[in-house]
Every structure is written in structure tokens, then in C-alpha cells.
Ligand binder design. Sequence first.
Ligand code: SAM
Length: 478
Amino acid sequence: MEAEERRPGPTGADAAISSGLFSHDEEHSRELDEEAEQEALNRIILAFRDYPQSAEWEVARWQFNYTQLPPHHKALVPHLPAKLAAARRAAQTNAFFIKSLLQAFSPEAASGPLPPSSMLPHPENPEPGAGSGAGPAAHSHGHTHGLASCGAACGAEGQGQGQAKGAGRGPGDKEDGLQPVDSHDVEKVRYVLKNIARDWSAEGAAERAMSYGKILDELKVVFKDWSNPNRAPRVLIPGAGLARLCVEVAGLGYEAQGNEFSYFMLLASSFILNHTTEPNQYTIHPWMHSNSNHLSDEDQLRAVPVPDVLPAQLAEGTHGRVPGLLSMCAGDFVEVYSEPDQRGLFDCVVTCFFIDTAHNVLKYLEVISHCLAPGGTWINLGPLLYHWADAHTYLPGMELSIELSLDDIRTAAQAMGFRMVREEMLDAPYMADPRSMHKTVYQAVFWTMTKERDWEPPAAAAAATPVQPPPPPPPRKK
Ligand SMILES: C[S@@+](CC[C@H](N)C(=O)[O-])C[C@H]1O[C@@H](n2cnc3c(N)ncnc32)[C@H](O)[C@@H]1O
């Protein structure tokens, strides 16, 4: 299935390099944006490419630890060498999947030289104006940026947030010409594998039912009396991740538009959506990278076939109506959907595990209000694990992070013209290994609001007064 392309972003990752998002008119800014996007993309490609090495390093570490055991301890766990061999095979299978993903994106991405990235910062010396699209440089200089690199994407387990400080080619590289891949990016590649299990495996069905299932049921209620014969309801899904929810929404017969800004996610979703041809075509081993909390080695190393269903078939749905339209828009939610031409375009905005990715959640509310039609619906499900809250621990400079309670968000939404229709708290696991002794389950809020009136902030209050950030915390022992 080729997801239909919509302005302004590309359909999938294939188009991401060339189109991206350009909200400046000036040619110079455009070039800078393009260059920054290329760098961000290169960094992510290198992280994917690095997978076999980083996985092997991990298994070698386990092997080393095993060799440290005295013989009488080794005798108690005689199967461990076989487990190590099985882990290496599992990593090879993952590597095959990742290589196929890169190959589908472009043969160069899989193995060829990458386009030069003159602005890539050295990890030790990040320079303003360089780095990933959503990095601190982009923000502090007020550059809009298009595609970013999963800055806050991965905080669902309270880790893996933020931007890597750069990995690619540049001055001072080591002898093979490559920078080491940042450990955050290594984690994000593994996160993608687990996220694929959430979105596109049969064993993820129970988890999906507890979030996507609730949202889909609610959409059916919201649009049960839809009476426009000329078009289906338009539903926007920002922070679409690997796009399963978007495809399911299209399967209801609606026009679904996903929005996502992480190249990690965009490359993976493009592959699943546009390049898989049969159910269970690929196998991944998403849970192999950690030895913690497994009941057995078999659980840890088990194969997970993907995709459980062909996206094209899912988008056709079973409703017997004309299939809904599906599009993916790559770029930052705030930048794309606060544009004047996005005003009132959508009948519904669905945010699933998304609003806590905001630098300023109030800005997200404004943009949701802006792109919703009068009387439109906002469905929200998720926790409040603010993704930028600890950015200062791994990024230079100070990232804006407005961290509000649920009460505050609800009150602000109502002040902006939203009316609460229904609200409940529910258990929502996120990327939880169903066989693990540890699962991340949120007490998530699930609400439906309608937009009763437009939100027009007073013009005089547009900009905050600049103040100095607080001094850095006192040095701590490493
Ligand atoms: C926690 S994940 C949730 C993904 C998906 N909705 C789900 O429920 O599995 C948040 C997603 O939002 C994306 N994201 C974060 N900030 C974004 C932004 N400003 N614009 C677009 N996408 C963003 C991340 O890359 C990530 O894929």
C-alpha cells in the first residue's frame, strides 16, 4: 500500500530527505534545514547500521561474564553457551530485518556511503547550528526544523529520551572514518524493534486493545451520526509512531492522517506500510537485548513474526464502505499544524501517548484547537511522562519543559474552549513484554472533548519575557 501523500510532509521515509518540511521562504534557511535534516537522517541510518555491532557487543559482554564463573558454577548453568549462540542467531535475524528496512529506503542507506554531513558535530563538541533537526541548536536559534530524530520519542520506559549529540562523519573521526554511535541511538534502534511488536505483532494485540481499541470504539461513537455524504470524517493522529492506529482509523472508513517527526519511526513505518507483502513476512526478536525479568531464555529470545496483518488489508477494513484514505505527514506537530492553512481542517484529533512529548503542553492544546473544525472532537489517551523533563541530563543547554498536572491541563483546555464529554482513567500498558516479570502499565487518562469555540490568545501575550536559565546544578560524582 502506498499511503497517499499530503502536504506538507512526505508519505513515508522515502520522500523524507527531499521534501521534509519547509516553513521558511528564504532559500538560505531552506538549505540549512535540508542540511540539518540530512544530518539527522544520516545519524539515524548509522544507528540502524550499527545494530549488528552493538548487539554483538552485548552478547560478547554476557559471554565474558560467563567465562568469569568458576567451573562449579558453570556446571550449574551448562546451557548458557547454547543460549549465547541462540542470542547471536536472534541478533542476526534482527539485523536482517533492519537491513531490509534500510534497503527498502535506499540501497545506499543499507551499505553505501552516506551523503556528506559537513555540519555534523563531534559528540564531544556539539556546535550550535549543527546536530539533529530537533536538537537544542534548532530550538535556541529559532530555526524551524522538519524531521527530527526521535528526540522525546522513547520516554515510555522513562529512558531513551532526547537527542544524541551526533554520530556520523566529521573532523576528528576515528580511523575508519566513523564516529561511534551515541548510546541513546543504540537504545532507540532496540526501541523500534519493541515498538514494532506493540504495533504490528499478534502478541501486541492485547496491549493495543487497551489503548487503540478504546480510541477506535470512541471514534465509532463520535461519528455514528456522520451525515456528510461527500467525505468521510478527517482524523489527525499526531505522534503516530509506527502508524498502526492510523491504519486502523482508515480501516473504519475515515480519512486518517498520521504525523510523526522521528526518522527512526518514519523509516520503520514506511517499511511496514509500503514494503511488506504478506503477513508474518519477517521475524524479529524484540526482547533479546536485556537479560532482566525473563521467566525463561525461550521467553527472552522468542521470535515475534511481523506484521500480523497486511497494512493494506487493514486499511480496507471490514465496514463494506469505500476504504478510508491514509496519509503520513512527517514533521514537528507544532510547526506543521499551526500553519494558517491547517486551520479547522480536521473533525477529530487523536492523541495517544503523545501530549507528554511536548516542550509546552499548552502549545499542543493550542495547535489541537487550531486544526480542529468548530465542534470537532479531541480524543486523548495516555499518561503524563514529560519527555523533556530530564533533557538537561543529556543535552547541552536548557530545553523548555512545561510539566503540568492533569488538573491543570484539563482546566486550561476548558479555558481554551474545549468541553469535556467523557473522561475515565484506565490501565494502559506501553511496549510491555507480555511474558516479562516487569511491565510498564500506566494509569492513563482517556478523555473526549469537543471544541466549543475558537481559542484566540491575546496578541499582547504572544511572547514570554526572556530570563536567564538557572545555573547548572552543582557537580556530582560520576
Ligand atoms: C510515546 S510515542 C507514542 C507512539 C504511538 N502514538 C503509540 O501509542 O504507540 C510518542 C511519539 O510521538 C512522536 N513525537 C514526539 N514529539 C513529536 C512532535 N513534536 N511532532 C511529531 N511527533 C512527535 C515520537 O517520535 C513518538 O513516535
